[in-house]
Design a protein around this ligand. Structure first.
Ligand code: ADP
Ligand code: MG
Length: 457
């Protein structure tokens, strides 16, 4: 294929992905200079085109190229003074005045339809999301806002620990929304990218354009909003965008690793807005859900795991689904590498390192962290008192010690004031039971565990 043919076929794909007006405005004047499957060198008439295409359309070009050529190319945009045949009205409008005026005339946009600023992971759909008690609310809310945006829960604020499915749910909501609302403008971006975009718009003197494009969005989804912490000027910008979209009944979905109030260094007026709609928390899923996730993920990769293998994997990791997937990958990889059947003994071997690699946790570390959460002194946890306010945290300590350490029942009991092994056993079972029923206890246990892991203790 010649450069022109290749570019034509890519243009056809681009045309299907952006709105007509965008296509006419931004792509008609692009001249293919040197095009191969691996590299697209494109020329545009001036800097404004270059900035604009680089800011908003690289993903669309790459996506379209992938469809047309089967490969994702590097895209390089350079300025080449306009040849007389190029459509120049737009360009001259830019030259005689600022980008702002131009933008307001042509309704600049983030790419619409199937394209977004971000690449979606094909597996992150509602169908592939396993629902259990720990994520049911978030799942239902994400479906509801994709279904009836801007009405039920606005904004929808999903928070939870690392690897619990925030990004998965956000992308699923985007896809579901786009399916029903073709041609609508959707913005899906990580907050980090949002901050970077804002900063570079400031540097280029393009803020008005950035702002305008944002405020014309129909469905705004920003992942990991806690990244706004300390980015004061971006917070200010985001605040106004939020207000504009909210007042226009446009749906906003945000995710964060902590609840609105717990995001450090963020303005109160933003925190209060985050709470206007629905704040929903993702907790670490229980064993049954993890088991279903392991089977689902294995199925997506074309494997049907024997029951005892999936059970072993589901037990190996408790607080992070991304790590759970890592354990699955490890087992599958190990089987392929050693050319052995996928059975329990192989899974054991493959997972042994993961379990061994866990940092060793001391009972004292557990007691300190739990004690701090309940505001109970270590000496009280270790003492004889049987006040309710001390008993519950003490039982939680015992339960976590059973889960995370190799100490015996006697040793654990010994640490907590010389209690006997039946007391520890009772505590362990009681908290395990309570965790099943009560999301707060479950969340607390998961948080303490991840704090212990993080501290590398
Ligand atoms: P987060 O954004 O909260 O850190 P992700 O959304 O990236 O987490 O999820 C990590 C991995 O776990 C992804 O591969 C995701 O598909 C998977 N995952 C999380 N929760 C579920 C679930 N309930 N069902 C299926 N997969 C899940
Ligand atoms: Mg994420």
């Amino acid at each position: 294929m010649t450069t022109t043919d290749l570019w034509q076929s890519v243009l056809c794909e681009i045309e299907r992905r952006v709105r007509r007006q965008q296509f006419e405005t931004w792509f008609r004047c692009v001249k293919p200079q040197d095009i191969s499957a691996a590299r697209f060198c494109l020329a545009v008439p001036n800097r404004f085109y270059k900035d604009w295409i680089e800011t908003y359309y690289i993903p669309v070009i790459k996506e379209s190229a992938l469809v047309a050529t089967g490969q994702t190319p590097e895209v390089i945009v350079s300025v080449e003074p306009a040849a007389p045949t190029w459509p120049l009205e737009a360009a001259s409008a830019v030259e005689d005045d600022s980008a702002e005026r131009y933008a307001s005339q042509t309704r600049p946009d983030v790419p619409a339809g199937s394209s977004s600023r971000y690449q979606f992971s094909p597996d992150y759909t509602f169908e592939n999301f396993i629902v259990g008690p720990a994520n049911r609310l978030c799942h239902a809310a994400a479906m509801a806002v994709a279904d009836t945006p801007g009405t039920a829960y606005n904004p929808l604020f999903i928070h939870g620990g690392v690897g619990l499915g925030k990004t998965h749910l956000l992308q699923a909501a985007c896809k579901s929304y786009l399916k029903r609302n073709q041609g609508h403008r959707l913005l899906y971006t990580s907050c980090e990218e949002f901050v970077n975009d804002y900063v570079s718009a400031v540097q280029r003197g393009n803020v008005a354009v950035f702002r305008q494009a944002l405020r014309e969005v129909d469905f705004m989804v920003i992942d990991d909003i806690h990244f706004l912490a300390r980015a004061e000027r971006t917070q200010e910008e985001f605040f106004h965008t939020f207000n504009t979209l909210y007042n226009a009944h446009k749906q906003i979905i945000l995710s964060s690793d902590s609840s609105p109030a717990d995001i450090p260094s963020i303005e109160d007026r933003l925190i209060s807005r985050f709470k206007w709609g629905l704040v929903a928390r993702l907790d670490a899923p229980a064993y049954e859900t993890r088991l279903a996730i392991v089977n689902k993920k294995a199925g997506l990769r074309g494997f049907d795991l024997p029951k005892d293998v999936s059970e072993l994997i589901a037990r190996s990791i408790e607080t992070n689904i991304r790590e759970l997937e890592g354990a699955l990958t490890r087992v599958l990889g190990y089987a392929a590498l050693t050319n052995r059947a996928l059975d329990a003994s192989l899974a054991h071997e493959a997972l042994r390192e993961i379990t061994q690699a866990r940092p060793s946790v001391s009972i004292e570390d557990i007691a300190k962290i739990v004690g701090a959460r309940f505001n109970v002194k270590l000496s009280d946890l270790q003492g004889k008192r049987r006040l309710k306010s001390v008993v519950l945290p003490r039982q939680i300590c015992m339960h976590i010690a059973r889960k995370l350490t190799d100490y015996s029942l006697e040793e654990i009991g010994g640490f907590f004031g010389g209690r006997d092994h039946t007391t520890v056993l009772y505590a362990d079972e009681k908290i395990a039971e309570l965790s099943k029923r009560d999301p707060r206890t479950r969340g607390l246990v998961a948080e303490v565990q991840s704090e212990l892991m993080k501290a590398g203790r």
